[in-house]
Design a binder for this molecule. Structure first.
Ligand SMILES: NC(=O)C1=CN([C@@H]2O[C@H](COP(=O)(O)OP(=O)(O)OC[C@H]3O[C@@H](n4cnc5c(N)ncnc54)[C@H](O)[C@@H]3O)[C@@H](O)[C@H]2O)C=CC1
Ligand SMILES: O=C(O)[C@@H]1CCC=N1
Length: 275
């Protein structure tokens, strides 16, 4: 699928590292087919040393001749980065953006082009091959374009295609969600320590409990409430813990977290006021 294709990653941070690592592990892409750019020389040196890919500090040169471009810089600087690419950009090149909140319409407007673009929202578990990515597709993509974008993110986890209007909600849930879960794991471990467990034991039990519970949801297909009910024995320990969580407003807090992050994603995508 990627035979003879050159892939340029603009911005060589965490997300690019996860995707480059995943792609190379599939064996579908050789290191020489990948170029990554960054403004930090130490980052370029690290990527070249770790993956034997080509690296550059020149975004415009990196995209020249590329068949697929993956945009992985902060959304706040993406307009400026795109303007720097325009002179060397093939107008038909497939562009995949992972920038939070940044709409495809804005991407095409800034680049003065009409399409062949994908807006993606991956998450950091991609680093360990357990990512969850949602893709929004521009209407003019070929089946081969879609297959390539899907293969890129399937190399680091699961892929779901959604309408673009849902991407801010996706960002608030699965894009930002790993941070909520890390906080929950940390807090569970703190509870374990408070109840007398050594910290390493508490941390390992907390993480494995979250992994196991998530795996049950995915593998049984049962509603989480049904699985919750099966843990809670009448008059037992779990219902006492669940009552404490309801008193603390855990459900409302998590719903508000997703909503706040989705709203922030929408804000990030809004055009800056014209001066
Ligand atoms: N970290 C996360 O959990 C997720 C991040 N994203 C999106 O991925 C994108 C990248 O995020 P991360 O990799 O986490 O950030 P990061 O900060 O690790 O990587 C961004 C990289 O871009 C480089 N950079 C800055 N200006 C540049 C320029 N002009 N040209 C080339 N490179 C430049 C920075 O030096 C940095 O290494 C963002 O748009 C973010 O919204 C999407 C999903 C999840
Ligand atoms: O916090 C952020 O803006 C990025 C996008 C989703 C996860 N991290």
């Amino acid at each position: 699928m990627f035979t003879g294709q050159q892939i340029a990653f603009i911005g060589g941070g965490n997300m690019t590292e996860a995707l480059v690592s995943g792609l190379l592990k599939t064996g579908q892409v050789a290191p020489a087919q990948i170029i990554a750019t960054d403004i930090r020389p130490e980052r370029l040196e690290y990527l070249a040393r770790s993956f034997s890919i080509r690296v550059s500090s020149d975004n415009a040169r990196a995209v020249s001749g590329a068949h697929m471009i993956v945009l992985s810089v902060e959304p706040q600087i993406l307009d400026e980065v795109l303007r720097g690419l325009t002179p060397s950009l093939d107008p038909d090149v497939l562009i995949v953006s992972v920038a939070a909140g940044y709409p495809l319409s804005r991407l095409n407007r800034v680049l003065a082009r009409t399409g062949r673009s994908v807006r993606a929202m991956p998450n950091t578990p991609s680093i360990v091959g357990r990512g969850a990515t949602a893709l929004a597709l521009s209407p003019d993509l070929s089946p081969q374009d879609i297959a390539r974008a899907t293969a890129l993110f399937e190399s680091v986890g699961s892929v779901t295609v959604v309408e673009e209007r849902l991407m801010d909600a996706v960002t608030g849930l699965s894009g930002s969600g790993p941070a909520y879960v890390f906080l929950i794991i940390e807090a569970l471990a703190d509870g374990g320590v408070k109840a007398g467990l050594p910290r390493p034991v508490a941390a390992a039990l907390a993480a494995q409990t979250v992994l196991g519970a998530a795996t049950m949801v995915l593998e049984t297909g049962l509603h989480p409430a049904e699985l919750k009910d099966r843990v809670a024995s009448p008059g037992g320990t779990t219902i006492a813990g669940l009552h404490a969580l309801e008193q603390g407003g855990l459900r409302a807090a998590l719903m508000s977290a997703v909503e706040a992050a989705a709203e922030r994603s929408t804000e990030l995508g809004c055009e800056p006021p014209s001066r």
